[in-house]
Design a binder for this molecule. Structure first.
Ligand code: ZN
Length: 197
């Protein structure tokens, strides 16, 4: 039996989806046939989230427990300072209830020359004056974390504020030790309100 056949048989039994398969999924190393088999599983293996989180944890260089991944490079982690956003390079962006973009480096493209550097087709490029391209970078490793196209002056988009306590309590049945009613609250304006012009 070939290695490929062996892997596919494993996938057909959801209770046996291996941690290594989840790691390969994260690495983008699955064949189309393996993806197809995974998509056709009658139900997802019940501990997939734990395999996924363990695989993520093994890829980062910090010990803070990853509670949830929020983008390719950013995670909400349980740190001594509470639940914070952290880059896989270890850079911390603070309380996860505050839009992490406030703590990132930002490069704004708001002129035709700067916008056409990244838009090959002018017909689809944002129009300066009406829109701008904001590129957010990690101050620790300079990785591009996010790009948004918005009208000038528009607040940075807060893309994801998960209700972690509900997720861990009601979906995983493993409540977090520091569960509290005020975790699921957008606190971004608490920061911006303190800024002076
Ligand atoms: Zn980083």
């Amino acid at each position: 039996m070939s290695g490929e056949q062996s892997r596919l048989e494993t996938i057909e039994r959801p209770e046996e989806v291996s941690p290594r398969l989840v790691e390969r999924m994260l690495e983008g190393d699955l064949s189309w046939e393996e993806w197809r088999q995974l998509l056709k599983l009658p139900r997802k293996d019940p501990d997939r989230i734990h395999k996924y989180l363990r695989a993520l944890q093994s890829r980062v260089g910090f010990a803070d427990r990853i509670l949830m991944r929020i983008s390719d490079h950013l995670y909400i982690v349980q740190s001594p300072a509470g639940r914070i956003v952290k880059c896989d390079c270890g850079r911390e962006f603070g309380d996860y209830r505050v839009n992490w973009k406030l703590s990132a480096l930002v490069y704004i493209r708001d002129t035709a020359p700067s916008i056409t550097e990244v838009y090959r087709c002018k017909d689809f490029a944002p129009e300066p004056g009406w829109s701008e391209v904001r590129e957010y970078y990690c101050p620790g490793c300079a990785t591009q974390l996010c790009v948004e196209v918005v009208p000038p002056g528009y607040p940075p988009i807060f893309e994801f504020l998960p209700d972690l306590d509900t997720f861990y309590r009601d979906w995983l049945e493993q409540p977090l030790a520091d569960a509290a009613s005020d975790w699921y609250t957008d606190r971004t304006t608490c920061v911006t309100a303190s800024w002076k012009d």
